[in-house]
Design a protein. Structure first.
Length: 293
């Protein structure tokens, strides 16, 4: 909502006169004092003008989008098999509830518009399958990276990109994941997110892993780069699974496991296994749109 401009105080004194030496000093001091306040008031006024202009621009963009949506859906009817649809008329697909416009001459058919790109053009924007949710780039060493309340029922799966993650400790260290429930970290959910190991087995949290990896070789500044995927994060009935793949210090790795609790996950924590800080790297989190219900 637009806001009223802030007030500007007028100068109520008398202008200093150089030829009047008896009053010049006092009048000039009063004028300078007013100028100092005036500059601050002008800055507030400029900010007010900018904010109102920005709001007007955003409102105009919203109105334009709404008008386009209204035009696209005006007089729209639900498509039915065998119904004759005029050219450039819009219909609603009963398959997905979205709006399509017939681009070919008047005709009928038995194929739903959502599956008939030859005759119909989608008007409503389809949801993105993969949605960027959050990202962080570490420039100052941190003990962990937290996204504890990021997960929601809008997504079935989460994809976590780890790029150039390094630590500042000596010897071996590699990233682990702990899941959060209700915004609180589950201290028992210690999952190896990306590491070099050999053989197969499971840790105390039920993380089964396997593949061709070698433990204990991730030294200082050897970076971890790859993808961590979490499935059924919000489900209370389906098994929650996690897998990762990528490189650690230039060596390929693969891990997979599951989270045994039925509680919906609210997010995760990424940290280093031996307690050293994360010194550099970028973490991006994406959500895959909920299609399973």
């Amino acid at each position: 909502m637009a806001t009223s401009p802030p007030p500007i105080s007028p100068f109520t004194g008398l202008a200093p006169q150089r030829k009047d030496k008896t009053t010049f000093s006092d009048r000039f001091d009063a004028f300078v004092t007013w100028i100092i306040a005036f500059v601050s008031q002008m800055a507030a006024l400029s900010l007010n003008i900018y904010n109102n202009a920005l709001e007007a621009f955003q409102s105009a963009a919203t109105a334009t989008s709404a008008a386009a949506a209204a035009m696209a859906t005006a007089n729209v009817t639900v498509w039915a098999s065998g119904a004759t649809i005029p050219q450039y008329a819009s219909v609603i697909s009963p398959a997905n509830g979205r709006t399509y416009r017939r681009k070919t001459p008047m005709g009928s058919g038995s194929v739903d518009p959502s599956a008939d790109p030859t005759n119909y053009e989608p008007l409503s924007v389809l949801p993105q399958a993969l949605v960027a949710l959050a990202s962080v780039t570490v420039t100052t060493a941190v003990a962990q990276i937290d996204f504890l309340t990021l997960f929601s029922d809008d997504y079935d799966k989460y994809v976590i990109e780890v790029e150039g993650l390094t630590h500042n400790g000596g010897g071996t260290d590699f990233p682990w994941v702990r899941f959060a429930v209700g915004g609180v970290v589950d201290a028992n959910s210690n999952y190896i997110a990306m590491a070099q190991s050999s053989g197969s087995g499971a840790n105390s949290s039920g993380l089964a892993f396997g593949g061709s990896m070698t433990a204990g070789t991730v030294s200082l500044y050897q970076d971890c780069t790859g993808t961590i995927e979490i499935y059924n994060a919000r489900s209370t009935t389906r098994s929650k699974a996690m897998s990762s793949r990528g490189t650690v210090g230039g060596t390929a790795c693969f891990l997979a496991g599951r989270y045994g609790s039925a509680s919906p996950l609210s997010g995760f924590r990424l940290y280093m296994s031996s307690g050293s800080n994360i010194s550099a790297g970028t973490v991006r989190v994406f959500g895959v749109k909920n299609t399973l219900g």
